[in-house]
Each structure stands twice: as C-alpha cells, then as structure tokens.
Design a protein around this ligand. Structure first.
Ligand SMILES: [Ca+2]
Ligand SMILES: [Ca+2]
Length: 237
C-alpha cells in the first residue's frame, strides 16, 4: 500500500504541469498598417509565414483532415502541406480573408474538421489568422500540443461569422514549456477555412529547462524515495 502511494506520488511529480496562454484578437483590430497591427497582435519581431511563395517556413507542417462525412465530404481525407511548392489553387489571394499586408492566405483544400500546425522543434509562441468560418462548421476548439483547450473560437468576444476575418489567435508558452502543435478541431461538422499571417517566436532556452515546479517535485520525489528506502532497510535490520 505504501509502495503504491509512493509510486503515485512520484508519477504525479514527474508529470509536467503544462499551461499555455491563449490570446485572441477580433477582426475589428485589423489594420493594413503592419507595424501597428503586429503591435496590437503582440507579434512584433516574430518570424512570419504569409504564403507569398508557396513554400512553407522550414519546420512547419499544416495538416487538414476530415474524419467525418457530410454534404461536403464523402469520405475521410487528409491534406498535408509539407513545405513543397503548393499546387495551383492552394494559395489564395483575397484581402478580406488575410490578416497581413499582402492578400495571401492558405486554404488547406480539404473541407476539414481538424486543422493542425505542427512544428519540428518546440517554439515559444505562435499566432495565426483565421478567416472563412462562415458556414455550417464549428464550434472550433483551439488545440494545443494535441490537447483540447476550453477556448472556442465562436464564443470569443468580437467573433464574426463571415467569409472574411474571424479571429486572430496567439498561443504563448510559459517559461520552460514548448509548443509542438496548435490547431482547430470540430467534432460535429466540417468547414473550409483560410489561414494567414502565421507568426512564430522561438526562445533557444525553452524546451530544455524544466519548470521550477518540476524540479522541485523531482527533488521531493527522490528525497521521499531515499527516506522510504532508509526506513525500509532499518526495519529489515
Ligand atoms: Ca513562405
Ligand atoms: Ca467556410
């Protein structure tokens, strides 16, 4: 019994307490003044992917998957943008759907219920503009590192259901944490979406430094083991 309790305590301590901050920005904040816009979105100095050239930022993968069928999708299908030049028609040009100064955005081509941005190595912050939540899809839950969050795009203040801009989302990792993927998920229906003005921020220190709480827990866990073993061996003697 004691061993089971001890094991559970140690496992709890070894489980990282991930937490992320999800920031949202309504379409009303958009301006063609990129300096001002990036300030408003908190992405000044970030690296950007604005889809001007059909080649994704190295390390970025965009996946759109339809795992349910309805009037749009007869069978499950997936599209992966892996950094190669996109076929004609995969990059669209429309000012009302773009969150950047240029008019480009990407339409993942599959009318999907899972849209995922994945990063080859962990990053500290990621922002993306959403457009074209205008149809039957949703609600769209924000996913972080493969886990559902409580943030639903359609419930955010300032959300506009339209063929234009719906919302800009920026996910920040806390010190010692990393973002491996960010996405949108619906379970009841599929929706075509446009994405634009992807913004990345990296901190080389992030991903290699455990959280203070994790370090503390590890220390407490090992001390507990030592005390337990010491008491056990004393009892045996
Ligand atoms: Ca590019
Ligand atoms: Ca749509």
């Amino acid at each position: 019994m004691k061993k089971a309790f001890l094991f559970c305590m140690i496992m709890l301590c070894l489980t990282p307490a991930w937490s992320f901050t999800i920031n949202y920005f309504a379409p009303s904040l958009f301006t063609t003044d990129m300096t001002l816009l990036n300030t408003r979105l908190g992405i000044t100095g970030y690296q950007f992917e604005d889809f001007e050239d059909g080649i994704l930022t190295p390390g970025l993968t965009i996946t759109a998957a339809a795992t349910i069928s309805n009037g749009y999708t007869g069978s499950p299908q997936t599209t992966v943008h892996n950094g190669t030049v996109a076929p004609t028609g995969w990059i669209y040009s429309t000012s009302i759907a773009s969150w950047s100064a240029n008019q480009f955005c990407i339409y993942p081509q599959v009318v999907a219920n899972f849209h995922t941005f994945s990063f080859d190595h962990g990053i500290s912050s990621f922002g993306f503009g959403i457009a074209e939540i205008d149809d039957i899809g949703g609600p769209h839950v924000v996913m972080v590192n493969g886990q559902e969050t409580t943030v639903v795009i359609e419930n955010l203040p300032g959300f506009v259901r339209t063929g234009g801009r719906n919302m800009y989302i920026r996910v920040d990792a806390a010190p010692g944490e990393v973002l491996n993927s960010v996405g949108l998920k619906t379970v009841s229906s599929v929706e075509s979406l446009f994405f634009s003005h992807l913004a990345f921020s990296e901190n080389p220190a992030i991903g290699v430094v455990p959280e203070f709480n994790t370090i503390s827990c590890l220390f407490i866990g090992f001390v507990t083991i030592l005390i337990y073993l010491r008491k056990t061996s004393a009892f045996i003697r």
